[in-house]
Design a protein around this ligand. Structure first.
Ligand code: ADP
Ligand code: ADP
Ligand code: ZN
Length: 215
């Protein structure tokens, strides 16, 4: 099963993708993570996208479509979770073509609905493990042992994203409403859209997503 997690920044896409990877053996493809990895390793492309990302604007379709195309050949018998991709109609069309060329289908698009106030609270408290990518929050998801990752045990490896500040968040939210939210209509018209309430406990949201996917 191949699915898209669609939602504004902070909706919980990464958090729920990690749950599906652990619980269902799916493979997460996060263009945000891929772009941050390119920056960390200092590639030309990484340097090219750094300012755009820090501002909160979208990277070009060409770059992110290229990143996804490279990954679709990897083995994913449990199916792909597209997290943070597609973000524009052009990306959605490209994904349909890429999947088609591989004889694959898109099975569901989960729209995670979270209101703007909750998004600001989530993003301003977000941090993650620099070793394994597990995502935490200052108040809603605290590690069991201080400064220690629940998932991989790394100590003192937590970090915050440069773009998780108020100004960049405002730009990212507007990019979502302007460029990405048209995808809701696009996938609804194709009969693939499933809307899930993204408010509430992480476990509760996970249960709603499982139900929407018939798991
Ligand atoms: P969030 O967790 O806030 O939804 P991501 O980690 O998915 O953010 O993305 C971080 C940044 O990377 C975005 O603000 C944007 O600059 C860039 N980016 C990620 N995915 C895409 C995409 N599919 N299209 C264009 N830009 C993207
Ligand atoms: P996205 O990938 O959509 O940008 P994340 O999964 O990174 O979102 O979640 C953003 C922040 O909100 C993280 O700090 C995460 O721990 C927290 N979070 C995720 N889901 C919930 C939830 N259901 N309730 C409260 N906080 C949450
Ligand atoms: Zn970790």
């Amino acid at each position: 099963m191949n699915i898209i997690l669609l939602g504004p920044p902070g909706a919980g896409k990464g958090t729920q993708a990690h749950r599906l990877v652990a619980g269902q053996g799916m493979t997460q493809l996060s263009t945000g993570d891929m772009l941050r990895a390119a920056r960390t390793s200092g590639t030309e492309m990484g340097k090219q996208v750094a300012d755009v990302m820090d501002r909160g604007d979208l990277v070009t379709d060409e770059i992110v479509i290229g990143l996804i195309a490279e990954q679709l050949d990897s083995d994913a018998s449990g199916g792909f979770i597209f997290d943070g991709f597609p973000r524009t109609l052009a990306q959605a069309d490209a994904l349909a073509e890429l999947l088609d060329a591989k004889g694959q289908t898109l099975d569901a698009v989960i729209e995670m609905k979270v209101d703007d106030n909750a998004l600001v609270a989530r993003i301003s408290g977000r941090y993650s493990c620099g070793e394994c990518g597990a995502v935490y929050h200052d108040t809603t998801k605290i590690p069991a042992v201080e400064n220690t990752c629940d998932n991989c045990g790394a100590v003192d490896k937590f970090k915050r994203r440069a773009d998780d500040n108020e100004e960049s968040l405002r730009t990212r939210l507007m990019a979502y409403y302007k460029d990405t939210s048209p995808l809701i209509g696009y996938y609804y018209a194709k009969g693939q859209l499933k809307r899930v309430n993204g408010l509430g406990e992480i476990d509760q949201v996970a249960t709603r997503i499982s139900a929407a996917l018939g798991l």
